[in-house]
Ligand binder design. Structure first.
Ligand code: PHE
Length: 520
């Protein structure tokens, strides 16, 4: 039995940890964390961020990984195994990542293009890839998006052990080496470096506003890939050999370390080569940072800038591709197991769908066709990002804590010490100290904090006095529609049907292999 399980999942604990870290480390670490840190008070923000990871992120991370591990199945079956009427959550959290994959792959495509362009643009203005003309071209970004998605598809087709685990084991150490090397280089650029460090990390508690605290919470969730079924899916491919407590510690530390290093790679170089940018700090985050500011800085580095540019963008491609495979895998796993489809077909179906949707996303966010492709007043990327991250992700994360804290632990109790016993009986084995904290947190504190994030996130976008707009109601409406659809589809089509498990997937694999052998 143990043998069977192994074949269908991660071969080793470290393989799982690297794959989960691969999902966690992404664009959020590189263009989200450093910028927010600088904006909201440097080390003061880092402190709050770490607290958020410790007390909210890691709790939800345990909940999600364990939900998958105990079910040994896709997200729908996993939630169904907690409580039959709760399976729709599994469907919702399996659909959310597909939306994210549609825009994430566009950004991945841009990055790929920039990596390829490294040796042409630097030092020669005529060859320079100008951001505006590249992204607003109707063809190029689409082509690169498809290439990027194809890369992800190839990895996913290899399966958990032969594809995702193998790729993560090779790519994550490479990513780490590149980012450490660039950070060291950046820190040794000479005069101006301290100015960058000061801008990034010197604690400024006066800048740590309420918005900053909310930003830290949201960043922790997004960065750990929570609330979207991903960690449930990856967790399901683990077995007894994995210690959840140790795994989540390593995933969280790695994710935070890369985020911190990203800032150390960026800001000292800005300080040394483009200190004027500190006067317009808003340019130092997001799309502007990666595709406009960084190329300019690489150019100012002289010849070596070409190499730094190549490695930096290649590093972001790695970060993005290991995130996209996790986004797509969640859907692929469900399609395989529910429809008894071979992995290759399921991958092609989900990736194909993402590619189709990503075309208008690329046009919309790049401003092709005179920027006319918009929904509800937003470009499609912003719309999808808000819908998933602001509205739906907290709901997914809340449900995972609720499932563990209240539904699995349904025997008694308002008594958290009993919760720990109940969870232990269920199979969740945590270190007693962490377990005690976990039980209280997962039941009471974390769900409340998540609700808080949801409410504040939504309020600041709809209440005019807080800077909100009327348009955001459409985004909320769309998210609600998606949730309602998940509920309807689940109760009509899935609730009394077999929604499949990892064991079914194994059977399909075996059958596929046998057919291939017969053909040969
Ligand atoms: N965690 C990734 C990042 O930091 C983004 C992501 C979110 C990936 C959700 C998968 C799922 O960029």
């Amino acid at each position: 039995m143990a043998e069977t399980k192994k074949k269908n999942g991660f071969a080793s604990g470290i393989g799982f940890i690297l794959a989960a870290a691969g999902s966690a480390v992404g664009l959020g670490n590189i263009w989200g964390f450093p910028y927010k840190t600088a904006k909201y008070g440097g080390a003061a923000f880092v402190l709050v961020y770490v607290l958020c990871v410790l007390f909210i992120g890691s709790i939800a991370l345990v909940a999600e990984i364990y939900l998958g591990k105990r079910a040994q199945a896709n997200t729908v079956t996993a939630y169904k195994k907690v409580k039959k009427g709760f399976g729709w959550v599994g469907l919702l959290v399996c659909v959310i990542p597909v939306f994210i994959a549609c825009y994430y792959s566009v950004l991945g495509g841009w990055t790929f293009r920039y990596a390829m362009n490294s040796f042409q643009s630097v030092g020669s203005a005529s060859n320079a890839l100008t951001f505006g003309s590249f992204v607003s071209n109707p063809y190029e970004p689409v082509i690169y998006t498809v290439i990027f998605m194809a890369l992800a598809a190839l990895i996913i087709m290899g399966g958990i052990k032969g594809g995702i685990e193998k790729a993560s084991k090779v790519l994550m150490p490479i990513l780490f080496i590149i980012i450490v090397a660039i950070a060291i280089y950046s820190l040794t650029l000479g005069p101006g470096v301290e100015k960058g460090l000061e801008f990034y990390l010197v604690p400024k508690f006066e800048n740590l506003t309420f918005d900053g605290v909310i930003a830290a919470m949201g960043q922790a969730f997004y960065s750990l890939s929570l609330g979207m079924g991903i960690m449930v899916a990856y967790g399901s491919y683990t077995g007894k050999e994995i210690k959840i407590g140790k795994s989540i510690a390593m995933i969280s530390v790695f994710d935070t370390l890369i985020a911190l290093l990203a800032g150390l790679a960026i800001f000292p170089a800005v300080g040394a080569l483009a200190p004027e940018l500190f006067d317009t700090p808003d340019a130092l985050g997001g799309v502007g940072l990666v595709y406009k500011v960084l190329p300019m800085i690489f150019e100012r580095m002289g010849d070596i800038g070409q190499f730094i540019s190549f490695f930096f963008f290649a590093m972001i491609v790695i970060a993005a591709v290991t995130s996209v495979i996790s986004l797509v895998e969640t859907g692929v796993q469900f399609v395989i197991q529910k429809f008894k489809a071979p992995r290759k077909i399921a991958t092609l179906a989900v990736c194909g769908l993402c590619c189709l949707v990503s075309i208008p996303v690329a046009w919309s966010v790049g401003g092709a066709f005179d920027g006319s492709i918009m929904v509800f007043g937003y470009d499609i990327l912003t719309f999808m990002d808000d819908m998933t991250n602001v509205v739906l992700m907290p709901i997914g994360a809340f449900c995972s804590c609720f499932a563990i804290g209240w539904l699995i632990d349904d025997k008694v109790t308002a008594n958290p010490f009993k919760t720990l016993d109940n969870l232990k009986n269920d199979g969740l084995d945590l270190h007693p100290l962490f377990g005690g904290i976990f039980a209280v947190m997962v039941k009471y504190v974390t769900p409340l904090l998540i609700l808080f994030i949801e409410i504040v996130g939504v309020l600041t976008r709809v209440v005019p006095a807080l800077g909100g707009t009327i348009n955001f109601w459409f985004t909320i409406g769309f998210a609600v529609l998606l949730a309602v659809l998940s509920i309807i589809v689940y109760f009509v089509a899935f609730v009394n049907q077999d929604t499949g498990t990892n064991e079914d997937e194994l059977a399909i694999n075996v059958k596929e292999k046998a057919e291939i052998e017969v053909e040969a």
